[in-house]
Design a protein. Structure first.
Length: 493
């Protein structure tokens, strides 16, 4: 076998092995270089895997030479390759941005440990994306969760500790629910291989144990993806974590949880059971709409901009939940597409806030007074990424919201199309508050703020440019989302 045949295991092993190596070095720059090399190499592997999937179909890798369902299998289809590309690209860009930001926000003695924890979180998210074994989903979930608790607690604000503890409690409840749900499925099917589960489950779908397992899994993943009203851990976690951690988690963690929910709902239970027999479609629609309206309204009144964008993330999860709940190919494609687009816009916004924190030392709304003239490149990035968040035509955010509106109109749910427009208008208000302070506010006299360093600006603007590019060229995002959704719905039991 060639090295190319082992790409599925390498995409997990590279960050997993780089993490302890980083912890051995007390010099932050050395750890940064190791983490950067690992992240960019993993991104390259993800691109190769996606090319292989598009050329030859689903990639399968048997660990230890044991054939599934007896052995553990890594299975990467179009949807998995799509999400893998998101996670690895964001990790590489955030680590490229992070060095100066981390040095200013984290004590020098803890920098190497930070990079080790970051890579462990990264490896866990990648593992959740590619594994074909249900119990391995839980194992990788715990790897990513435990390391993310540590990462959040490293914020220099003392409230980071309480935010990490709150996330620890709610995250542990969610993980326990997921494990119990997997246990019920294993009890009834006798297998942990997800393909094998999907094949056997229709014969036992009418049993109470399967319904209970379904309920535990949906609540568990609902906690992990911050579905309203299970989102209470998210605002503080994003607001008080180090800036690089906020950018990484906002762009990847909830997306992987949504992917896992889709994998169980569509890949194992099937759309007929998940969104038909079980009334989860109406639950998703109701909670998605509530999340869009309530979280957007709360975001408008926030004074801490990181907290504002955290509530915005809950609202964006609401859009994704609405798309899944519509239960049509267009609706689910819109949800999958919005995962990709939201990762780009939130990654850019939180990294830009990291640049503001680096130069100003605060991300409260009053700290943005006059920054449009003092940090023009950073504020222009926030303006463009904010437009994508709102859904302005010509940006990536417009494309996924257009698909979502189309999906609602196809099934005659025009009030939900109106709700999407209201949510976008509310996003215009809270993004407008930032831009108003930056471009129309007056800077404090005698205080000169320099533009962010070029090493921070380049990764930010890569994501900003991606928001524009994928708003004008939808072949990759819309094309892959449509292919992934079609493949899922064709393969349903």
């Amino acid at each position: 076998m060639s090295l190319f045949d082992h790409l599925p295991i390498l995409v997990v092993l590279i960050p997993l092995l780089a993490a302890p190596i980083c912890s051995l070095f007390r010099h932050g720059i050395v750890a940064n270089r190791i983490a950067l090399a690992a992240a960019w190499t993993t991104f390259g592997v993800a691109i190769l895997l996606l090319k292989e999937i598009l050329s030859n179909g689903t990639v399968r890798y048997q660990l230890g030479g044991w054939e599934p369902p007896w052995g553990i299998e890594y299975r990467i289809d179009i949807l998995g390759g799509y999400v893998l590309l998101i996670v690895t690209a964001i990790a590489a860009l955030v680590l490229s941005f992070a060095r100066r930001s981390i040095e200013s926000e984290i004590a020098k003695r803890r920098v190497a440990i930070f990079y080790a924890a970051f890579l462990l979180c990264f490896a866990g998210l990648v593992g959740m994306t590619i594994t074909g074994d249900a119990f391995n989903v839980f194992v990788f979930l715990e790897i990513s969760s435990l390391s993310s608790y540590a990462l959040i607690s490293m914020g220099k604000d003392r409230r980071a500790l309480s935010a990490a503890f709150q996330y620890l409690i709610m995250g542990s409840i969610g993980a326990t629910f997921i494990l119990i749900g997997i246990g019920f499925l294993y009890m009834m099917t006798g297998t942990l291989n997800m393909d094998d589960m999907a094949r056997i489950l229709p014969d036992v779908a009418e049993t109470r144990a399967i319904r209970v397992g379904f309920a535990f899994l949906t609540v568990g993943f609902g906690l992990k993806l911050a579905l309203f009203p299970l989102h209470l851990w998210l605002p503080n976690a994003y607001a008080y974590a180090p800036s690089a951690v906020s950018a990484f988690l906002a762009a990847t963690a909830t997306k992987v949880a949504i992917y896992c929910l889709l994998r169980f709902l569509l890949g194992i239970f099937g759309v007929g059971f998940s969104l038909g027999v079980m009334p989860f479609d109406m639950i998703l629609i109701a909670l998605g709409c509530a999340g869009i309206l309530s979280s957007s309204l709360v975001a408008i009144f926030q004074k801490n901009v990181k907290r504002m964008l955290a509530y915005s993330s809950v609202a964006q999860v609401g859009y994704i939940a609405l798309g899944i709940g519509i239960a049509t190919q267009t609706g689910i494609s819109a949800a999958v597409m919005h995962m990709f687009n939201h990762a780009m816009m939130k990654g850019a916004l939180f990294m830009a806030l990291g640049a503001v924190m680096y130069r100003v030392g605060s991300v409260r709304i009053e700290s943005f007074q006059g920054l449009g003239r003092q940090m023009p490149m950073t504020m222009a990035a926030i303006a463009i990424a904010g437009m994508s968040l709102i859904g302005i035509p010509g940006t990536a955010g417009f494309i996924s919201k257009w698909y979502l509106v189309t999906a609602t109109l196809e099934v005659g749910m025009w009030p939900f199309a109106l709700l999407i427009l209201i949510g976008s208008f509310m996003a215009l208000i809270y993004i407008g508050r930032i831009l108003e302070a930056a471009y129309f506010g007056t800077a404090k006299p005698g205080i000169v703020v320099q533009e962010a360093p070029i090493g921070m600006l380049v990764p930010i603007w890569v994501l900003v440019a991606a928001n524009i590019y994928f708003g004008l060229h939808t072949e990759l995002t819309a094309g892959l989302a449509n292919q992934a959704t079609a493949a899922l719905m064709e393969a349903l039991p």
